[in-house]
Design a protein around this ligand. Structure first.
Ligand code: F6P
Length: 319
């Protein structure tokens, strides 16, 4: 194992830079050379490369985004694209590839692995929707960003005695919505994993009002519906006049929290440790505080479940 490639792929997430730094410096510590492919698999196919050194990854541990840039590469979802990628890796004399991203990015890595090329995945996405790790890189920071925004909205909601709907990201998962709802003390969390009934929601809102609640916050995961759709439904079903805020890509930016910077550093180091041990086709994760590896397919074959207790807690605490 002499030359290792690294790329970030899919949506950016705070902490990706810390992971790039950790992979690079741990690899160099182990006597390897490191090459960065820019713009994810797109850069691999186009030969957009940058050699990485101890100093070129300096001063990035605290920076949001990814210095290697990222992309969602349609071409790499096709067998021809993967074969072309393998060809490029051979041209660059690569011995292994470290992929930082979500399950879509890991599928591409898995295809390379099936063709016999050594890969290791590092889970980086604000969605936290990857089994094999308690937390993905960027999730904690995104939760904190959402929390800050929701706290500001609560000021206005309470001053005006209004109902606010806050749409958060998460794709098809409700981890971000649930975490932010509990942290912000929101009255309701609507997540894709738990079906909800509009009439019941309206009854609960009504009941809350009767008990003297002047304002309410509903956190809705984008995987459930758009906040604007929910706004219309609440108007039609319960006559509610709700204001909406879509947090959008603001949730992906910013410096990583201490938790994410540490997680990214540990997973980056863990990815190189896996390669040194000769473990290929795996993803690194952190489970109960330990750095572990699992077959990379776990990221889409196993569904990570939402904590039912947390869901119940929103109801109990939001009374
Ligand atoms: O996977 C991260 C994520 O931010 C999701 O939460 C969201 O659905 C999606 O990416 C948005 O993707 P894009 O930035 O390509 O619009």
């Amino acid at each position: 194992m002499k030359r290792v490639g690294i790329l970030t792929s899919g949506g950016d997430a705070p902490g990706m830079n810390a992971a790039i730094r950790a992979v690079t410096r741990t690899a160099i510590y182990n006597g390897m050379e490191v090459i960065g492919f820019r713009r994810g698999y797109e850069g691999l196919l186009e030969g957009d490369v940058i050699p990485l050194s101890v100093s070129s990854v300096g001063g990035i541990v605290h920076r949001g985004g990814t210095m290697l840039r990222t992309a969602r590469c349609e071409r790499f979802t096709k067998p021809e694209g993967v074969r072309e990628g393998l060809q490029r890796l051979k041209e660059y004399d690569m011995d292994a590839l470290v992929v930082i991203g979500g399950d879509g990015s890991f599928r591409g890595a898995y295809e390379l692995h099936k063709l016999g090329f050594p890969v290791v995945g590092i889970p980086g996405t604000i969605d936290n929707d990857i089994a094999g790790t308690d937390c993905t890189i960027g999730f904690d920071t995104a939760c904190n960003t959402a929390l800050q925004c929701i706290e500001k909205l609560r000021d206005t909601a309470s001053s005006h005695e209004r109902l606010f709907l806050v749409e958060v990201m998460g794709r098809n998962a409700g981890f971000l919505a649930l975490e932010a709802a509990v942290a912000a003390g929101a009255e309701f969390a609507l997540v894709p994993e738990v079906p909800f009934d509009m009439d019941v929601l309206c009854k609960k809102l009504h009941y809350a009002k009767e008990r003297g609640k002047s304002h309410s916050l509903i956190i809705v995961a984008e995987g459930v519906m758009q906040a604007s759709e929910l706004q219309a439904l609440l108007k039609d079903t319960g006559g509610y006049d709700a204001r909406i805020t879509v947090l959008g890509h603001i949730q992906r930016g910013g410096s990583p929290s201490s938790f994410d910077a540490v997680l990214a550093s540990r997973l980056g180091g863990g990815a190189i440790d896996a390669l040194v041990r000769g473990e290929f086709g795996v993803m690194v994760g952190r489970i109960n505080g330990e750095i572990v590896t699992n077959p990379i397919q776990i990221s889409w074959e196993q569904k990570k479940s939402l904590d039912a207790g947390m869901m119940a807690l929103v109801e109990i605490l939001g009374i």
